[in-house]
Design a protein around this ligand. Structure first.
Ligand code: THU
Length: 130
């Protein structure tokens, strides 16, 4: 996996954030099983609740292109360590039970987790297959 590239893409994606209300920018980049990278930024709305997080923007782009298998996701925001919100953790879970989550401060400073560490005892698609 080209971790450095994924991190760079997340940092670049943050620059595209549309966050005029919170002024908190977030960027994400996901690597899919086919080796492609999809990026996303947070997109806010004057009505507030329609806001979409960077992670879910990237996942929506990937899934709408037929990609359903997330290998890794890099996330970066305007705090030193920006972790995915609970909703995004659940959406990553849907397509990446074993995904690696890379929390990025700078190109050279990042932390790595398994999704299962950030979302233990998770509920997922398999639970419905009884
Ligand atoms: N945000 C994300 O994009 N991803 C997260 O996981 C945390 C929160 C965005 C949503 C909103 O635009 C801004 O950060 C402040 O909450």
């Amino acid at each position: 996996m080209d971790k450095k590239l994924l991190i760079k893409k997340a940092l670049e994606a943050k620059e595209k954030a549309y966050a005029p209300y919170s002024k908190f920018r977030v960027g994400a980049a996901i690597l899919t099983r086919t080796g492609k990278i999809y990026t996303g930024c947070n997109i806010e709305n004057a009505s507030y609740t329609p806001t979409i997080c960077a992670e879910r923007t990237a996942i929506a782009k990937a899934v709408s292109e037929g990609e359903r298998d997330i290998v890794a996701i890099a996330v970066t925001g305007d705090s030193k360590w920006t972790y995915p919100c609970g909703v995004c953790r659940q959406v990553i879970r849907e397509f990446g039970k074993d995904a690696i989550v890379i929390i990025v401060n700078t190109e050279d400073e990042y932390k790595e987790y398994k999704l299962s560490e950030l979302l233990p005892h998770s509920f997922g698609p398999e639970d419905l297959n009884n």
